[in-house]
Design a binder for this molecule. Sequence first.
Ligand code: SF4
Length: 222
Amino acid sequence: MGRGRSRPNARELRVLLDQHAGGLAACARCTFDDPLIKPVVSSSREPLAMLVGQAPGKTEVIDRRPFAGRAGRTMFRWFADVGISEPVARRRIYIAAITRCFPGSSPSGRGDRVPSPFQMSNCSSWLEREVEIIAPRVMILVGRLAIERFLDAKPLSELVGRVHPVSELPGSPLAIPLPHPSGASSWIHMPGHADLVRRALRLIAEHLPELVRESARERSVA
Ligand code: SF4
């Protein structure tokens, strides 16, 4: 694996992530007008993979879980299409983001505001520490901001549907990009792009077969 470090065992991972989540939940490096805006933190303590999104939205401010709103429903439906249930995804994929606090609504009224460079810079050490702790096998990069944080800037159609090794990160993860499921972008509706998304989802299932097996097992005992 990259940068000569072994992955922590399950117990160590849980302890490290609990400590990390405590610090992140109390983070107040940025200031927001609305006192309800607080960091949204993943509950996963046994992750095999990480997912990096852009930032929480309004629903997540209330629900306190990442991807709890409409975009999340679309994303978890995509995962279900390749056999990965939402409970298993939430347990085995640590859901991170470029920033962890809702940056506000877009002035255009379409979607959320893009986090400011100041917020992104303030928040980046939380993400770096999570990659260091988890040393993920797979990193699912959701949306352009997350994709360009780890991969060279290219058109989404050249990135989605492929696996990209990121050997310089702990764990030497395979990055698998997805478009943002918020519906704010028209990219997914353009010819051929739904096929690229399906191909990316099949790659996620192929590289994380444990998640497909666990989902099937839990369905069979439900
Ligand atoms: S956006 Fe990130 S750095 Fe800023 S307060 Fe929220 S958690 Fe902290």
